[in-house]
Ligand binder design. Structure first.
Ligand code: SAM
Length: 246
């Protein structure tokens, strides 16, 4: 899978690209990341990439010419299934389902990282397939959001995470938050691990994990349960928890 990041600050990506699983995936050829400084595409002799917005207002906007030429250059050499994304606080909130969709459906993802007050709308109208927000807050640039999106997609690629089973139990993977987890020792400074986890009874352990995931989701993110099909057992458990709370 290839990610092309259009950015004015390629150096911001170095920590992400050079450490941990992302670095290994690049070395192994599972993922390719091209960092493209679109300032290289400016025709202005001062290499300007921003200008004042019409209608006044604060700040500067990324102007169309360098980005049009940068995207045109990419278009001329891209093949396969390509998706062009603009990271934007005004975009659709990013979710695990989006990460799954992008990782499964595209060979190449171009990510435009905005700066200043954002991007001239004509760039978005001409080249962008979707605008994605990583949350309801405003950052100074789209580089961190681009790394969030790449990380979430990359780790879903077969072979990226050493043990693909770990992905299955993760928060969001089945619409529930992950259950609490413990490692050795079984009793740490007076805090014991739940007895069931030491029982060796796999059926009981699986049931406990599911119930804990359900409980946690109900407490922290009840919105995730809305519209979800719940088994009769789950419904009864939720009713019991609600009754106990009232
Ligand atoms: N004026 C813009 C607005 O109100 O929507 C905010 C611009 S922001 C200061 C600069 C750039 O950071 C944006 O163009 C975008 O690429 C990126 N950015 C900031 N917050 C973001 C978020 N929550 N999700 C995705 N990208 C974000």
């Amino acid at each position: 899978m290839t990610f092309n990041c259009l950015t004015l600050f390629p150096e911001q990506f170095s920590g992400f690209m050079q450490t941990g699983l992302a670095a290994r995936a690049v070395q192994a050829g599972l993922v390719r990341v091209e960092l493209i400084n679109f300032r290289e595409h400016t025709t202005d002799r001062h290499r300007r990439v921003d200008d004042y917005p019409f209608s006044g207002g604060p700040g500067m906007l990324l102007m169309p010419q360098p980005l049009f030429d940068c995207f045109a250059d990419l278009e001329s050499r891209e093949t396969g299934r390509v998706r062009r994304i603009y990271m934007s606080p005004a975009g659709k909130p990013f979710s695990q389902a989006d990460a799954r969709r992008l990782a499964a459906e595209y060979d190449t993802i171009d990510i435009l990282c905005g700066r200043y007050e954002g991007v001239d709308q004509r760039v978005i109208d001409t080249f962008i397939d979707e605008e994605i927000s990583i949350g309801d807050y405003v950052l100074t640039g789209g580089e961190l959001p681009a790394m969030v999106l790449m990380d979430a997609c990359m780790r879903l690629l077969p072979g990226f995470v050493g043990n693909d089973d770990s992905l299955r139990a993760e928060s969001m993977s089945d619409g529930l938050l992950e259950y609490p987890q413990y490692t050795r020792p079984s009793n740490f400074r007076g805090q014991p691990v739940p007895e069931v986890l030491l029982s060796g009874d796999h059926a009981r352990i699986e049931k406990w994990k599911h119930q804990q995931a359900l409980l946690r989701t109900l407490e922290r993110r009840p919105d995730l349960l809305a519209g979800r099909h719940l088994s009769r057992e789950d419904q009864e458990l939720i009713e019991k928890i609600k009754e106990a709370g009232t």
